[in-house]
Design a protein around this ligand. Structure first.
Ligand SMILES: [Zn+2]
Ligand SMILES: [Zn+2]
Length: 259
Protein backbone atom coordinates (compact mmCIF):
# COMPACT_ATOMS: atom_id res chain seq x y z
CA UNK A 1 0.00 0.00 0.00
CA UNK A 2 2.68 2.45 1.02
CA UNK A 3 3.56 4.92 -1.72
CA UNK A 4 0.48 4.12 -3.81
CA UNK A 5 -1.67 7.13 -4.72
CA UNK A 6 -5.19 6.42 -3.59
CA UNK A 7 -7.89 7.15 -6.16
CA UNK A 8 -10.51 7.30 -3.45
CA UNK A 9 -10.75 8.99 -0.10
CA UNK A 10 -10.69 6.82 2.99
CA UNK A 11 -11.61 8.00 6.47
CA UNK A 12 -10.61 6.00 9.55
CA UNK A 13 -11.84 7.05 12.96
CA UNK A 14 -8.91 6.98 15.37
CA UNK A 15 -10.93 8.33 18.25
CA UNK A 16 -14.71 8.49 18.57
CA UNK A 17 -14.84 9.54 22.20
CA UNK A 18 -13.59 12.22 24.52
CA UNK A 19 -10.84 12.95 27.00
CA UNK A 20 -11.43 10.21 29.54
CA UNK A 21 -13.98 7.95 27.88
CA UNK A 22 -13.25 4.44 29.23
CA UNK A 23 -13.59 2.66 25.87
CA UNK A 24 -13.06 5.24 23.13
CA UNK A 25 -10.01 7.32 22.29
CA UNK A 26 -10.49 11.09 22.14
CA UNK A 27 -10.84 13.02 18.86
CA UNK A 28 -8.71 11.98 15.90
CA UNK A 29 -9.27 10.92 12.28
CA UNK A 30 -7.04 9.56 9.55
CA UNK A 31 -7.83 10.68 5.99
CA UNK A 32 -6.02 9.01 3.09
CA UNK A 33 -6.07 10.68 -0.31
CA UNK A 34 -2.90 11.26 -2.32
CA UNK A 35 -1.54 12.39 1.06
CA UNK A 36 -1.79 10.95 4.56
CA UNK A 37 -3.64 13.49 6.68
CA UNK A 38 -4.85 13.67 10.24
CA UNK A 39 -7.79 15.64 11.58
CA UNK A 40 -7.06 16.33 15.26
CA UNK A 41 -4.80 14.21 17.43
CA UNK A 42 -6.37 13.60 20.83
CA UNK A 43 -5.22 11.26 23.60
CA UNK A 44 -4.90 7.57 22.66
CA UNK A 45 -5.35 8.21 18.92
CA UNK A 46 -1.63 7.69 18.19
CA UNK A 47 -1.95 4.09 19.39
CA UNK A 48 -4.97 3.62 17.12
CA UNK A 49 -3.04 5.15 14.20
CA UNK A 50 -0.35 2.52 14.77
CA UNK A 51 -3.05 -0.19 14.84
CA UNK A 52 -4.21 0.83 11.34
CA UNK A 53 -0.84 -0.24 9.95
CA UNK A 54 -0.37 3.15 8.27
CA UNK A 55 3.20 4.44 8.51
CA UNK A 56 2.99 7.34 10.96
CA UNK A 57 6.15 8.82 9.43
CA UNK A 58 4.22 9.37 6.20
CA UNK A 59 1.73 11.76 7.80
CA UNK A 60 2.31 15.05 5.97
CA UNK A 61 -0.43 17.31 7.34
CA UNK A 62 -2.24 17.57 10.67
CA UNK A 63 -5.34 19.75 10.67
CA UNK A 64 -6.43 20.86 14.12
CA UNK A 65 -9.96 22.03 14.76
CA UNK A 66 -9.06 23.77 18.03
CA UNK A 67 -6.69 23.26 20.91
CA UNK A 68 -8.69 21.66 23.67
CA UNK A 69 -6.39 18.90 24.89
CA UNK A 70 -8.79 16.12 23.83
CA UNK A 71 -8.02 17.12 20.21
CA UNK A 72 -4.32 17.74 20.53
CA UNK A 73 -2.29 15.99 23.22
CA UNK A 74 -1.03 12.98 21.23
CA UNK A 75 0.73 15.41 18.90
CA UNK A 76 3.36 15.82 21.61
CA UNK A 77 4.10 12.08 21.68
CA UNK A 78 3.92 11.83 17.89
CA UNK A 79 6.39 14.67 17.41
CA UNK A 80 8.81 13.33 19.99
CA UNK A 81 8.70 9.96 18.23
CA UNK A 82 9.32 11.64 14.84
CA UNK A 83 12.40 13.33 16.31
CA UNK A 84 13.81 10.07 17.64
CA UNK A 85 13.10 8.37 14.31
CA UNK A 86 14.88 11.03 12.25
CA UNK A 87 17.68 11.96 14.65
CA UNK A 88 18.67 8.61 16.12
CA UNK A 89 17.25 5.84 13.94
CA UNK A 90 18.36 7.13 10.56
CA UNK A 91 14.77 7.54 9.40
CA UNK A 92 13.55 10.13 6.94
CA UNK A 93 10.16 11.72 6.78
CA UNK A 94 8.52 14.28 4.49
CA UNK A 95 7.84 17.85 5.60
CA UNK A 96 5.18 18.15 8.29
CA UNK A 97 2.55 20.87 7.97
CA UNK A 98 0.50 21.83 11.02
CA UNK A 99 -2.75 23.60 10.26
CA UNK A 100 -5.26 25.17 12.59
CA UNK A 101 -7.23 28.27 13.53
CA UNK A 102 -5.82 31.59 14.69
CA UNK A 103 -3.46 30.93 17.59
CA UNK A 104 -1.87 27.84 16.02
CA UNK A 105 1.46 29.54 15.30
CA UNK A 106 2.02 30.84 18.81
CA UNK A 107 0.98 27.55 20.40
CA UNK A 108 3.18 25.36 18.19
CA UNK A 109 6.13 27.74 18.39
CA UNK A 110 5.96 27.81 22.17
CA UNK A 111 5.85 24.00 22.28
CA UNK A 112 8.83 23.77 19.91
CA UNK A 113 10.75 26.24 22.04
CA UNK A 114 9.87 24.63 25.37
CA UNK A 115 9.80 20.84 25.10
CA UNK A 116 13.25 19.27 25.40
CA UNK A 117 14.84 18.58 21.97
CA UNK A 118 11.80 19.85 20.03
CA UNK A 119 13.67 22.76 18.48
CA UNK A 120 15.61 22.28 15.22
CA UNK A 121 13.98 19.06 13.98
CA UNK A 122 15.86 17.44 11.06
CA UNK A 123 12.76 17.74 8.85
CA UNK A 124 10.84 20.84 7.87
CA UNK A 125 7.83 21.93 9.89
CA UNK A 126 5.37 24.39 8.40
CA UNK A 127 2.64 26.11 10.38
CA UNK A 128 -0.44 27.49 8.70
CA UNK A 129 -3.31 29.40 10.27
CA UNK A 130 -6.62 29.16 8.44
CA UNK A 131 -9.98 30.88 8.67
CA UNK A 132 -12.31 30.33 5.73
CA UNK A 133 -10.36 30.24 2.52
CA UNK A 134 -9.93 26.98 0.57
CA UNK A 135 -6.50 25.58 -0.18
CA UNK A 136 -5.06 22.42 -1.67
CA UNK A 137 -3.09 19.55 -0.22
CA UNK A 138 -2.07 17.70 -3.38
CA UNK A 139 -5.37 16.98 -5.14
CA UNK A 140 -7.42 17.44 -1.96
CA UNK A 141 -9.30 20.72 -1.64
CA UNK A 142 -9.60 21.75 2.00
CA UNK A 143 -12.13 24.33 3.12
CA UNK A 144 -11.93 25.35 6.79
CA UNK A 145 -14.88 27.18 8.35
CA UNK A 146 -15.17 28.80 11.78
CA UNK A 147 -17.75 27.04 13.96
CA UNK A 148 -19.31 28.01 17.27
CA UNK A 149 -18.02 25.95 20.21
CA UNK A 150 -16.83 27.79 23.32
CA UNK A 151 -16.99 31.60 23.51
CA UNK A 152 -13.70 33.33 22.69
CA UNK A 153 -12.06 30.14 21.40
CA UNK A 154 -11.13 29.86 17.72
CA UNK A 155 -12.58 26.64 16.32
CA UNK A 156 -12.84 25.46 12.75
CA UNK A 157 -14.40 22.52 10.97
CA UNK A 158 -12.99 21.12 7.73
CA UNK A 159 -14.53 20.16 4.39
CA UNK A 160 -12.28 17.90 2.31
CA UNK A 161 -12.96 17.18 -1.36
CA UNK A 162 -11.02 14.59 -3.34
CA UNK A 163 -11.88 12.99 -6.69
CA UNK A 164 -15.44 14.37 -6.52
CA UNK A 165 -16.11 12.99 -3.04
CA UNK A 166 -16.57 15.08 0.08
CA UNK A 167 -16.13 14.49 3.77
CA UNK A 168 -16.82 17.09 6.46
CA UNK A 169 -15.55 17.09 10.03
CA UNK A 170 -17.28 19.46 12.44
CA UNK A 171 -14.58 19.57 15.11
CA UNK A 172 -16.33 20.49 18.33
CA UNK A 173 -19.37 22.57 17.49
CA UNK A 174 -22.76 23.78 18.45
CA UNK A 175 -25.47 23.93 15.83
CA UNK A 176 -24.60 26.95 13.63
CA UNK A 177 -25.16 28.22 10.09
CA UNK A 178 -21.53 27.76 9.08
CA UNK A 179 -21.69 24.10 9.99
CA UNK A 180 -24.77 23.54 7.82
CA UNK A 181 -23.10 25.45 4.98
CA UNK A 182 -19.90 23.46 5.31
CA UNK A 183 -21.81 20.15 5.25
CA UNK A 184 -23.83 21.03 2.13
CA UNK A 185 -24.34 17.80 0.12
CA UNK A 186 -21.27 16.13 1.63
CA UNK A 187 -21.04 12.38 1.07
CA UNK A 188 -20.09 11.91 4.71
CA UNK A 189 -20.38 14.32 7.66
CA UNK A 190 -18.65 13.42 10.93
CA UNK A 191 -20.34 15.49 13.61
CA UNK A 192 -19.81 16.25 17.29
CA UNK A 193 -22.47 14.18 19.06
CA UNK A 194 -21.36 14.66 22.64
CA UNK A 195 -24.78 14.24 24.18
CA UNK A 196 -28.04 12.36 23.73
CA UNK A 197 -30.99 14.54 22.71
CA UNK A 198 -32.64 13.83 26.06
CA UNK A 199 -29.66 15.15 28.04
CA UNK A 200 -28.22 18.08 26.11
CA UNK A 201 -25.14 19.80 27.51
CA UNK A 202 -23.31 23.04 26.86
CA UNK A 203 -21.03 23.97 23.91
CA UNK A 204 -21.57 20.73 21.93
CA UNK A 205 -24.33 19.26 19.82
CA UNK A 206 -26.62 16.44 20.85
CA UNK A 207 -27.88 13.67 18.58
CA UNK A 208 -30.94 15.66 17.49
CA UNK A 209 -28.77 18.62 16.50
CA UNK A 210 -26.59 16.32 14.41
CA UNK A 211 -29.65 14.95 12.62
CA UNK A 212 -30.89 18.48 11.99
CA UNK A 213 -27.57 19.55 10.44
CA UNK A 214 -27.51 16.42 8.26
CA UNK A 215 -31.07 17.04 7.06
CA UNK A 216 -30.66 20.74 6.39
CA UNK A 217 -27.37 20.18 4.56
CA UNK A 218 -28.58 17.14 2.61
CA UNK A 219 -25.62 14.95 3.50
CA UNK A 220 -25.31 11.37 2.23
CA UNK A 221 -24.25 9.74 5.49
CA UNK A 222 -24.10 11.07 9.03
CA UNK A 223 -21.43 9.73 11.37
CA UNK A 224 -21.98 10.42 15.08
CA UNK A 225 -18.71 10.85 16.94
CA UNK A 226 -17.03 12.63 19.89
CA UNK A 227 -19.33 10.58 22.10
CA UNK A 228 -19.34 11.27 25.82
CA UNK A 229 -20.10 8.28 28.07
CA UNK A 230 -23.63 9.66 28.56
CA UNK A 231 -24.19 9.44 24.79
CA UNK A 232 -23.36 5.73 24.91
CA UNK A 233 -26.12 5.08 27.41
CA UNK A 234 -28.87 6.04 24.95
CA UNK A 235 -29.79 5.26 21.35
CA UNK A 236 -28.25 8.32 19.71
CA UNK A 237 -28.76 6.85 16.23
CA UNK A 238 -32.51 6.65 16.75
CA UNK A 239 -32.53 10.18 18.16
CA UNK A 240 -30.69 11.54 15.11
CA UNK A 241 -33.03 9.56 12.85
CA UNK A 242 -35.98 11.55 14.20
CA UNK A 243 -34.48 14.56 12.40
CA UNK A 244 -32.77 12.95 9.42
CA UNK A 245 -33.94 10.17 7.10
CA UNK A 246 -30.57 9.29 5.54
CA UNK A 247 -27.90 6.81 6.55
CA UNK A 248 -26.54 7.18 10.09
CA UNK A 249 -23.53 5.43 11.58
CA UNK A 250 -22.38 5.59 15.16
CA UNK A 251 -18.64 6.08 15.22
CA UNK A 252 -16.34 3.49 16.72
CA UNK A 253 -12.56 3.56 17.01
CA UNK A 254 -10.88 2.14 13.89
CA UNK A 255 -14.08 2.24 11.82
CA UNK A 256 -12.91 2.81 8.23
CA UNK A 257 -15.21 4.40 5.66
CA UNK A 258 -14.44 4.42 1.95
CA UNK A 259 -15.86 7.63 0.55
ZN1 LIG B 1 -13.53 21.42 22.48
ZN1 LIG C 1 -13.61 17.85 22.19
Amino acid sequence: MSGAVSQTMRLTILGSGTNVHPARAAAGYLVQTDHTLLLDFGPRTLMNLIKTGVDRHQVTHILFSHFHADHFSDFITFFFDALIYTKHEGGRRPDLTLIGPRGTTSLIESIMATFPSFSKPPFRVHIREVEGRSFRIGDTIVTPKPVVHVPDLNCVGYRLEYRKKTVVYSGDAQYCDNLVRMCREADVAVLDCSFPATKPGPVHMHAGDCGRVAREAGVGCLVLSHLYPVADREDVKAQAAEEYGGRIRKGTDLLAIQI
